[in-house]
Design a protein around this ligand. Sequence first.
Ligand code: PLP
Length: 395
Amino acid sequence: MSNTIQEKTARYIVNTYPRAPFALVQGQGMTVTDSDGKQYLDFGAGISVNALGHADPEIIAAVTEQIAQVSHVCNLYHSAPQADLAEMLCTLSFADKVYFANSGTEAVEAAIKFSRKYARTTYGPGKTEIVAFTGAFHGRTAGALALTPREKFQAPFRPLMPDVRFAPFNDVEAARRMIGPETCAVFVEPVQGEGGIYAATPDFLESLREACDRFGALLVFDEIQCGMGRTGWLWAYEHFAVEPDMMTVAKALGGGLPIGVTLVTEAVAEVMQLGDHGSTFAGGPVVCRAAEVVLKRVSDPGFLAHVRDMGVLLMERLEELHSPHIQEVRGLGLMVGVELDIEVAPLIQAGFEHGVLMLNAGTKVLRLLPPLIVEASHIDRFVNTLDQILSETPA
Ligand code: PLP
């Protein structure tokens, strides 16, 4: 990569990301290209974003048409793309209404505020506790960070938002003990992403639903990573047959443009009044037109069947690998984790040399989140490359 990109980045950008040693300049379908012209097979999708791959013609057309018409409509005015996307999201989910934000963490912040306001309006003050789970990742802004129990992320920024308690993920009894009259909401990822690709058990989500109903707490599903078709269902909660009161969605929805959405039931929507929350850019027309394209394509039953088929194939092929380092292959749909007994950072680095992009989840899990348009031939190529990388790794 040209030194100037690396140098400028180091010189002018706050150093909060560990970056690969190259700059990406182009994308097409399953492939991205760096500034030296080297191509990579993308099994990270920009952390679960590019569901339709790169440079999708329909997204390009929708965005181009909209930006030429009007690029920004703030929320002091009505806007057709926003209204159309809201209708689509409600029609395709449990939700009655939506609140637009610009990112995943913002969608979580909105859900935190809605939970507190709902409890206060419905039951009076004092019902402020939020229950979240070990291994969770809900974002980096102040409220979302308080629900993300990673010492490394939280420690420098204490004191955090109070009244948050953590229970062990997938432990039905512990969660039941922790949810009580003071709980206003329970936040959970139906499939944990950053935490290592762990799916909730149906029992666990059912017991959370029961406990929330019993104590008048809201059940909030964070589907920022696992939603939008990633698991082979449009929403991961459909797989578990448990419905939330609120759900956060982001990442893949915008087709590469930033968006976050908090989906809510009518009962939650009713407590929010004029001026209770807001954002200048949220629900802008360009990203909403892109999101309509993604949602229409991803919600198609044929598309979702393809995701399930490719997910099964990817898991099968990974299970055939003979590396002694592989401890477990797990996941749902095209959200797949390969747990190893060694650190995965060098494997990801080796992937760069071999022309594949992979992600980590923690230090020992390879996280694979290919664009949902992945085909069997890409999976073959990817698994063969991973096999080669593992065979070059000392035992
Ligand atoms: N929640 C989950 C489950 C996520 O995976 C992420 C991002 O990785 C977030 C929230 C935060 O989203 P964003 O990075 O768009 O703020």
